[in-house]
Design a protein around this ligand. Structure first.
Ligand SMILES: [Zn+2]
Length: 175
């Protein structure tokens, strides 16, 4: 139920939105192979991602926990907004070209961080403060490890992004 509600809101905001399973996409098969080669990442089949106006979803996504799906869809919504803001060719350039050299992809890290702030917000709203704070080591690992190609290998900086964002989420001040 909460998943269909979230999808409805997304479709209203992005009328061209398509939801595509990994196994229905040759592009995804290609990206998956490239990632395995470049980063050793074998988990791509289980991840969501946005390309153009499509959200690519794991084949088994409907069997996943609904709250987790909603949180991920809220993260992907930020990427859809980025596609709208920059246009897909520019976004692909910003996202992919700074992939080389691996490990110094500041622009990509900032684009991803914008989406992860929404992950924090959604987790805080749907699962509470402790669950949000528990994301910290995972997010540090994702930014500094192979999952995103050692995107921003500076744990202290990612940690301080996290702490500042988490403080904003739990702040009781009206904004
Ligand atoms: Zn993302």
């Amino acid at each position: 139920m909460i998943v269909s509600g979230q999808l409805e809101r997304l479709r209203a905001e992005f009328p061209g939105l398509r939801i595509i399973r990994h196994s229905d996409s040759r592009l995804i098969a290609l990206i998956s192979r490239a990632l395995r080669l470049l980063t050793g990442n074998r988990d791509f089949a289980r991840t969501f991602c946005v390309i153009g106006q499509a959200i690519y979803v794991p084949d088994e996504w409907e069997r996943m926990d609904p709250v987790s799906i909603v949180i991920v869809l809220r993260h992907e919504r930020i990427h859809l907004l980025q596609v709208r803001r920059y246009g897909m060719p520019m976004l692909a350039f910003l996202y992919l070209v700074p992939f080389f050299p691996l490990g110094l992809a500041y622009v990509r890290a900032r684009l991803e961080w914008e989406a992860f702030e929404e992950t924090l917000r959604a987790t805080h709203e749907l699962r509470g403060e402790q669950a949000m704070l528990a994301l910290r080591p995972h997010i540090l690992e994702w930014f500094t490890g192979p999952r995103y190609g050692w995107m921003w290998p500076f744990p202290a900086q990612v940690g301080s992004w996290f702490d500042q964002a988490a403080a904003r989420m739990t702040s009781t001040r009206p904004h």
